[in-house]
Design a binder for this molecule. Structure first.
Ligand code: RAM
Length: 886
């Protein structure tokens, strides 16, 4: 082994602009004491921050400057707000400088301007207004146009508009759309948390008459929701709230917005629904409707709705936006003669169409699907989601993209196209929450790379405001179990902290008074026939696992503080279901290890392992997390209590479901993996369980033999007990069931079932078959953490654990991560028996490097480090390593 740092040189130290809480754009934020973070860039080996100084100024009064002075310490992630708490609509400019080992501070960072929203619900003066719409079911699901005009004095120095809706909306001002948000305000636990957003419209307003417009559709509020064909789940009427606040040079402020003077009408979008699709009738276009002076005399008056402004919340994360657009890669004619366009990638979004000048009144129809089944559009798996868009021509050419629908699709079937359809007439617009990308992963194995790419695309398709199970059929719900298993992977791929902070607030809001967590969040009663579920193992545990994961990755202990009641209430409810004897004797239904590879297609709950065993393991895990959270928060009594519960439940697991020598009572991959990964076994059982797990995987023919809950754990459990080579065989398997089977079948996203598509190209006959479901993609956590070998060893990556797991099947792998302290990277090569590792450790952090030859770990400081060692062929992956999470 050898290690070397870069040669000595003069390395400048620069500080990136301060970031505010988890906001990408800190405008209209809801925190009166926003925490601040910064990243230091320097090539100086071993650089550690010794001190910082923060400066806070009011951009309108630059003379009044607040400075902390030099503050000793290494803190640079989520540092408490140093100045006076902020009130509503306050702006501050913030910059920071730092000291390392040298005497001189760095230069100041470029300033970041932040601005609060309305922290006091009483500042909302606008009223919630509702358009007159035909009732649901009579005349489809049209979108409404709403408009109002306001008179503004001159001398505008600043203008902000804040808006939200019951439904989904696009905002317009003086003829232009405001912002780039899609499906605003998204989906939250509406009764208690309706999100508003703030936009800077200083450049759009003018002295005199101004026109505000809202294009408003049903969305989650009033549209189809869930698998029982229900509509109007949240309400029968859509409505909007818009408030324009204009500051003038003379110090006055004008506040105007939606009120009884507004008018509404049905516009050109005659049908708009998330599941069924959208119809745009170009003949009904109302040019100029959003400009001042438009004649709305024929429009209807709106009604003012009662509304509690205390339910309005500022966003915690970024909005949903268009991300990119993909060109068609092929246009073919199906066996039945239909025109089918292929975009080469299963994605979530909609088509942007260059509509030709066809016969007025003629209709172009676009049907969407994720797969082709024997050459035809495979729509059966969409169930009742029609996923059909239509555009009615008016004889002119124009470009059109639906506004209020989303489809999960790779293929589109086009009918009614006037003339010949060419590839440049259509593009697929990808839409999702505008998350910052954090992690990369690549290896010498193209199939593994495609698997990783598929996980990324399934995340993109299902992180559309709410983390959903699937984006295409009549479901699209925030299933808690799916995120529970996927959250660690998600946090490797993107910065999810802001978005999931909001989702966790919804989870807490929707939690039952007895602590039970709904199986999906936001909760809405979308299926009157769904039996009431008890505390659901692996699903309700999102209440503990997700905040803990975010804490580990972002270093934000505030999330634990905010979720504390929710976390403890969940474990209490779960323990109550387990009963005094922790035997779950009261029975009932449970999803168990959902979609176990061996479960019959129509019985996805029928796993090899009884659900009580899964539940026992998960109860122990959640109790451990609450114990550890109590330690972070200084909740001593709770630490003791939940620690005891965790121990008792672990004891129950190892006596009831494992023999003294470590054999699982119900042998399966999941049975062994749960005991190992959650640390439920005693040392003797542990060693034996590792061997038995490896034997089980071999007996299963190196195929996956687990469901949603077991699958993310198996490779780790193998690698951590010295059976890395078995993990590798499982990972690289291409026969069904395996991760790579779908890849060899041409998948471009992760499937819900191991065999969503059968080897003969038919869609799985089960009534539940998604081709874009991230749960089984949770293996990408293992790819980043163990194959690449980059993981946090302390919250927020203040310390890194570098522990790659090479295998002769690969000649190289690399992974990189934008940590809260800057970019970390690991890359390795394996040339015969010679293993070479290069590690980039960000400033202010340290890394523990575990080489695959089993030698004791080395700790290194910030900088670039190289290591080499020899690994015996085939033995590299067998070196034991402690489980990173334990
Ligand atoms: C189906 C989906 C979803 C899962 C639930 C239990 O709706 O597979 O992902 O969480 O079942």
């Amino acid at each position: 082994m050898s290690t070397s740092a870069h040669p000595v040189a003069i390395h400048p130290v620069t500080v990136r602009p301060v970031t505010v809480e988890h906001h990408r754009e800190p405008l209209g934020i809801g925190q009166e004491r926003p925490r601040l973070s910064w990243v230091v860039d320097t090539g100086e080996p071993g650089w550690v921050q010794h001190a910082h100084e923060i400066e806070v100024t009011d951009p309108d009064h630059p003379g009044e400057r607040f400075r902390t002075g030099r503050v000793d310490g290494a803190e640079q992630v989520l540092v408490p707000w140093p100045a006076a708490p902020l009130g509503s609509r306050e702006r501050r400019s913030v910059r920071v400088r730092v000291w390392g080992p040298a005497q001189e501070p760095s230069a100041w960072s470029e300033p970041t301007v932040l601005e609060t929203g309305l922290l006091d619900a009483g500042l909302w003066q606008a009223r919630v207004v509702a358009p007159v719409l035909p009732p649901a079911g009579e005349g489809g699901e049209p979108a409404a146009l709403l408009r109002g005009e306001v008179q503004l004095p001159g001398g505008v120095v600043r203008a902000r508009v804040r808006a939200t809706a019951h439904g989904v909306m696009t905002l317009h001002l003086n003829g232009a759309p405001v912002g780039e948000d899609v499906l605003h305000p998204g989906w939250t636990s509406y009764a208690t948390r309706l999100r508003y957003r703030t936009w800077d419209v200083t450049d759009l307003v003018r002295e005199g008459r101004n026109a505000l417009g809202v294009h408003l559709a049903d969305g989650w509020w009033r549209g189809y929701l869930g698998f029982a064909g229900l509509r109007d789940v949240y309400g029968e009427r859509t409505a909007a709230l818009v408030q324009l606040e204009v500051d003038h040079a003379d110090g006055t402020r004008t506040v105007v917005g939606t009120d009884a003077s507004w008018r509404s009408t049905l516009g050109p979008v005659t049908r708009a629904d998330l599941y069924t699709g959208e119809t745009f009738d170009a003949r009904r276009r109302l040019d100029g409707w959003d400009s001042p002076g438009f004649d709305d005399a024929g429009w209807d008056a709106v009604t003012v709705e009662p509304f509690d402004t205390a339910t309005l919340v500022a966003p915690d994360g970024p909005p949903v936006r268009r991300q990119e657009s993909l060109r068609a890669v092929g246009i073919t004619t199906s066996p039945s003669g239909r025109t089918i366009v292929d975009f080469g990638q299963n994605l979530v979004g909609r088509l942007r169409v260059r509509v030709p000048a066809g016969e007025p009144g003629s209709v172009i129809t676009l049907r969407h699907a994720e797969v082709l089944e024997h050459g035809e559009l495979g729509v059966r798996s969409l169930r009742a989601a029609r996923a059909t868009d239509e555009v009615v021509l008016d004889g002119r050419e124009f470009t059109w993209e639906p506004e209020f629908t989303l489809h999960g699709f790779r293929y589109a079937e086009v009918t009614g196209w006037p003339g010949e359809l060419t590839a440049d007439a259509l593009e697929a617009v990808v839409v999702h929450t505008d998350l910052r990308r954090l992690g990369e992963f690549e290896t010498s194995d193209p199939l593994l790379n495609r698997l990783h790419e598929n996980v990324l695309w399934s995340m993109r398709g299902n992180f559309v405001d709410v983390p959903t199970d699937c984006p295409q059929r009549d479901e699209r719900l925030g299933w808690t179990g799916d995120l529970q298993v996927f959250a660690p992977t998600a946090a490797y791929l993107h910065d999810t902290t802001g978005m999931l902070t909001g989702w966790l607030a919804d989870l807490a809001a929707d939690q039952h008074p007895d602590g039970n967590v709904p199986v999906y969040v936001p909760w809405a009663d979308v299926d009157p026939n769904l039996p009431p579920l008890g505390a659901e193992a692996g699903w309700g545990d999102a209440a503990t696992v997700v905040p803990w994961t975010l804490y580990e990755r972002s270093g934000d202990a505030g999330i634990l503080r905010r979720q504390w009641r929710s976390m403890t209430a969940w474990v209490d409810a779960f323990a109550a279901r387990a009963g005094e004897e922790l035997d779950f004797a009261s029975g009932g239904f449970s999803f168990g290890d959902w979609l176990d590879a061996a479960a019959p297609d129509d019985q996805p709950w029928a796993a090899r392992l009884p659900w009580q065993a899964v539940a026992t393991a998960y109860l122990a895990r959640s109790a451990q997390i609450v114990r550890d959270t109590a330690r972070v928060l200084g909740e001593d009594e709770a630490q003791q209590r939940y620690g005891e519960l965790a121990d008792r439940v672990a004891q129950r697991f190892r006596t009831e479901y494992v023999t003294p020598s470590g054999r699982a009572a119900f042998p399966s991959q999941t049975a062994h993996a749960l005991g190992l990964a959650f640390g439920l076994l005693d040392p003797a059982q542990r060693e034996r369980a590792g061997e038995l797990l490896a034997q089980q995987v071999a007996a299963d023919g190196y195929h996956v033999g687990s469901g949603f809950l077991g699958t993310p754990l198996v490779c780790d459990a193998l690698a951590d007990t010295g059976h890395g080579a078995t993990a590798w065989r499982l990972l690289l398997q291409t026969e069904c069931p395996s991760w790579l089977y779908a890849v060899t079948m041409g998948a471009t996203t992760i499937w819900e079932r191991w065999n969503s598509m059968l080897p003969d190209g038919s869609i799985n006959p089960g009534s539940m078959t998604s081709f874009n479901h991230y749960a089984f993609g949770a293996v990408a956590d293992f790819l980043h953490r163990r194959v690449g070998g980059l993981a946090p060893a302390a919250p927020g990556y203040r310390r890194l654990r570098i522990a790659p797991l090479p295998d002769p099947a690969l000649t190289w792998a690399r992974t990189a991560h934008e940590t809260p302290y800057g970019r970390a990277a690991v890359s390795w090569t394996l040339d015969g028996e010679e293993f070479t590792l290069e590690v980039v450790v960000p400033p202010s952090t340290q890394a523990d490097v575990h080489l695959p030859d089993g030698s004791p770990p080395t700790t290194v400081a910030a900088g670039v480090h190289r290591f080499t060692c020899t690994v015996r062929a085939g033995a590299a992956a067998e070196a034991p390593a402690a489980f990173a999470g334990s």
